[in-house]
Design a protein around this ligand. Structure first.
Ligand code: C2E
Ligand code: MG
Ligand code: MG
Ligand code: MG
Length: 283
């Protein structure tokens, strides 16, 4: 144990910690204006049915084009939005944009489901289902093409309230999906009780499943579980053709990942869906 080394560590750590905290505080303060001033940007990542290679949907993923700090990814600001009360406005903005975009694709003859990520905190807001209903009514977008992805940990924090809200959304015809499945603490009993349609197997299990036998076992087991409960399954984090083929052999329904496409902006997505270069690699 060296006092000198400890002191050095202490100084360096405090300095960085402080800087980081101040930066986070500033970001949190900037967030409400980010929504108002159109600094949020949506990227779209395709979701593909494995059996016939059809693109059946997109997931909307938010980014923040910060005027000083450049492009910021959601893992760095969603927690801040949750902590500072901006998450409701942010979610409403994402929903609005996504439903409008989904309607526009539909009007052009491209039928895609649109997936929106919903923070845990939203499931404590009893006004949320009505807000969604209004947006669907305004555009005429079919509820069945809207999918809400809820991260597992959301469900346990207030089960009865969350159950009410999830049930309302389900009755409206909105599809419900559990995101990052396998990483949280969802009791399997909730899976049966709550009206979910789908689970998304977390990418940490999928990324290396062709090399790591245990990961493949986990994916296979989650597929079995979902089938038994009548849920459909999306595998996240499909990065290569080999993983696609293994998932196909395991009878997984749907895939999402860099192999097909990274999340990309609207313009890039609209041309990707025409050319779909990923299919060449399956031949
Ligand atoms: P998520 O919903 O699980 O989204 C998937 C994340 O995995 C995305 O990261 C995506 O870019 C990444 N990904 C997709 N395919 C692959 C792959 O093949 N390999 C690897 N390594 N990664 C892949 P992103 O866009 O940084 O988003 C991170 C998380 O931020 C999302 O995880 C979601 O929980 C949250 N998020 C994004 N947009 C929103 C939003 O509008 N509202 C809320 N509440 N959360 C959001
Ligand atoms: Mg998601
Ligand atoms: Mg997530
Ligand atoms: Mg995920």
């Amino acid at each position: 144990y060296s006092a000198k080394r400890d002191k050095t560590h202490f100084t360096v750590y405090t300095h960085q910690d402080d800087l980081e905290r101040r930066q986070q505080l500033r970001l949190a303060q900037d967030l409400p204006d980010a929504v108002k001033n159109n600094q949020l940007v949506l990227n779209y990542q395709p979701i593909v049915r494995i059996s016939d290679q059809q693109v059946i949907g997109v997931e909307a993923l938010v980014r923040w084009q910060h005027p000083k700090q450049g492009l910021i990814f959601p893992d760095s600001f969603i927690p801040l939005a949750e902590g500072s009360g901006s998450i409701d406005a942010l979610t409403e903005w994402v929903l609005e944009q996504t439903i409008i975009q989904g309607s526009s694709w539909l009007a052009q003859g491209t039928r895609l489901s649109v997936s929106v990520n919903i923070s845990a905190l939203i499931l404590h807001n009893p006004a949320f289902p009505d807000m969604v209903a209004k947006k669907l009514e305004k555009t005429g977008f079919p509820a069945g093409l809207l999918k809400l992805e809820i991260t597992e940990s959301a469900i346990i924090s207030d089960v009865s309230r969350a159950t009410e809200i999830v049930t309302r959304l389900h009755e409206m015809g909105v599809r419900l999906s559990i995101d990052d499945f396998g990483t949280g603490y969802t009791s399997l009993a909730y899976l049966r009780k709550l009206p979910f349609d789908e689970i998304k197997i977390d990418k940490s299990f999928v990324l290396n499943m062709t090399q790591v036998a245990d990961d493949e076992v986990i994916v296979r087991t989650l597929l079995d579980l979902a089938k038994s409960l009548g849920l459909s399954v999306v595998a996240e984090g499909v990065e290569d053709a080999r993983t696609w083929k293994v998932l196909e052999a395991l009878d997984c329904d749907v895939a999402q990942g860099y192999f097909m496409s990274r999340p990309i902006d609207l313009e890039a997505f609209n041309s990707w869906i025409i050319t779909q270069p990923w299919k060449d690699e399956l031949k």
